[in-house]
Design a protein around this ligand. Sequence first.
Ligand code: F6P
Length: 363
Amino acid sequence: PVRIGVLTSGGDAQGMNAAVRAVVRTALRMGAQPYAVMEGWSGAVAGGDGIRKLEWDSVGSILHRGGTIIGTARSAEFRERAGQLAACRNLLEHDIDRLVVIGGDGSLTGTNEFRKNWPSLVAELVERGDITEQTAAAHPVLMVTGLVGSIDNDLVGADMTIGADSALHRILEAIDDISSTAASHQRTFIVEVMGRHCGYLALMAAVAGGCDYVLVPELPPAEGWEEDMCRKLAKGREAGRRESMVIVAEGATDRSGNPITADDVKRVMAERLGEEARVTILGHVQRGGKPSAYDRWMSTLLGCTAAREVVLATAESEPVIIAERHNRIRRLPMMEQIRATRAVKDLVAAGDYRGAVAARGSS
Ligand code: F6P
């Protein structure tokens, strides 16, 4: 049978298990044999127990579980040629030249590098006598399909990435909980949320949580934001609001690119309003716990589609990302989407925020 590998890479995200389960069971239904590559690319580099055969029951009772049961990592070895040679040899030991990779844009970029290097890796392995000419001839290319697993929701072209909805739920639960203690003391809370370079979680949490002020990396506040924020918070108090909430994305900066942290906001409030605000950094709680209903069904549909894509792929197939776009499951050209995602990050880094919004919207 056709053999496929499935791996999760980069930061874990709720819904990855649902995707793995769907990939495995769809592949089995199609008569293919799935394998897990454990701990992200590290399992491929290590070989041995790092690549494991999966059966129907291997993925039972995981749909509702957070994290990823096959482990994840950001493998430094895999970025080096030696690591890629080992990964190629170990995959070929199991006759695997088809992979579903579930990870963020960094993981998918690494995957594409590996795919491009594959023919030269195979040639080098033949030269070294690690694999036979026959094996090399049977696996001339690596066929890959990507799923975007990242709570950040930072892939251009996808409406939602795996885990983003659950993380947003987690943030809202925390905001709701904090609200009651904030109201009791008439306090302001400053909540830092994850999202590295992407303000999606911060912005949507602020809207859905009815927060007072939000700082995101894509639209750094204009000079004088401290004054503006304090005025808004003071107005809320005057209007009788008992609690106030400021959301800060972890990657928030000012227009010169200097980070704005939750502690910076706290200091501003102490200096300008004489108010002792409290800071809550939600951290990895956002990535933990059960996936939401949305992350379960979306990841299941994505996983089914990805398995079909990779099992039926031919040497000529271009690598694609399977993602939800405009409320439909779509095949998107992998490299184009990753290039567009990088371009948005570069525009933000260069301070061209309008350009970044336009670039995100048009792809
Ligand atoms: O990319 C997902 C993410 O959760 C980011 O939001 C965050 O900045 C980062 O991963 C944290 O990574 P780590 O788990 O390695 O601390």
